[in-house]
Ligand binder design. Structure first.
Ligand SMILES: NC(=O)c1ccc[n+]([C@@H]2O[C@H](COP(=O)([O-])OP(=O)(O)OC[C@H]3O[C@@H](n4cnc5c(N)ncnc54)[C@H](OP(=O)(O)O)[C@@H]3O)[C@@H](O)[C@H]2O)c1
Length: 236
């Protein structure tokens, strides 16, 4: 469809980097589906709905839940109105802090895997029909997922689950290649959010701007790659 506005979906868009990404996408003219676990409490997103009438839809999604992913797949066609998605940003993520060697918990490890790795992979599978050919899927990863550069014992559940997400990126890139859908893992840098803390190097708006520039530049040959917010390759 010529010159139609792009349609983008961002998960975990009620705060932090996800909110900054959804805001930046609206500012550039996209139609946006923003997901939140509790839309009724997503005050900032609901304010944006008023600022961009008809261009922002807020839908519920707990990315770790099969039922919630299926519900989103059911509700999405109603808001897309025969359109399809040009960009999916798997942004929702969790970092369980305070893990100590000798006191690691199975439930923390499993929750991290469900939210950070299993969820994004199965979400894309659940909504594949609604993704346009030649679209882009951006999985928000982290430097802490890099197996070859990790040099300290810290947050193993987060590092392991994001490393698994990186493999999900590679697998998705292969699964969707025949449709020209590009799938990348993106390290957003150290961002001042609830997760990144006040000491982060980048404001969420700066990280979002960088990531969207990288996403816009993703070519077929970049699919399955791990890049940072400046477009530089990150070592697996
Ligand atoms: N901040 C950094 O420095 C940094 C660095 C590298 C990578 N990242 C990645 O960037 C992404 C965004 O992080 P952030 O810094 O913005 O973190 P954040 O401020 O903690 O926000 C996390 C977002 O993910 C959502 N979320 C958590 N569990 C979820 C679930 N089960 N289902 C759906 N949504 C869920 C949260 O929703 P609720 O409000 O409902 O909890 C929230 O919207 C994450 O993938 C993170 O790993 C961040």
């Amino acid at each position: 469809m010529a010159n139609r506005p792009r349609h983008s979906l961002v998960t975990g868009a009620n705060r932090g980097l996800g909110l900054a990404l959804a805001t930046a996408l609206l500012q550039r003219g996209d139609r946006v589906v923003a997901t939140a676990r509790h839309p009724g409490k997503a005050t900032a997103l609901n304010t944006l709905t008023g600022q961009y009438p008809g261009r922002l839809h807020v839908l519920p999604l707990d990315v770790a839940s099969v039922k919630s992913r299926d519900q989103l797949a059911h509700e999405l066609p109603l808001v897309l109105e025969d359109d399809s998605l040009d960009l999916i940003v798997n942004n929702a993520g969790v970092l369980h802090s305070g893990e100590r060697w000798g006191k690691l918990h199975q439930d923390i490890l499993e929750d991290s895997l469900r939210v950070n790795a299993v969820g994004p992979l199965l979400l894309v599978q659940a909504i594949e029909k609604l993704i346009a050919d030649h679209a882009t899927v951006a999985n928000i990863s982290t430097q802490m997922a890099s197996l070859s550069t990790r040099s300290e014992f810290r947050s193993p559940s987060y590092s392991m689950s994001k490393a698994a997400q990186n493999m999900a990126t590679v697998q998705l890139a292969l699964a969707l290649r025949s449709r020209g859908i590009k799938v990348v893992a993106l390290n957003p840098g150290w961002v001042r959010t609830d997760m990144g803390g006040a000491g982060g190097e980048l404001a969420p708006e700066e990280a979002a701007a960088g990531l969207l520039q990288v996403i816009d530049g993703v070519r077929d040959q970049d699919s399955g790659h791990f890049l940072d917010w400046r477009g530089q390759p990150v070592a697996w």
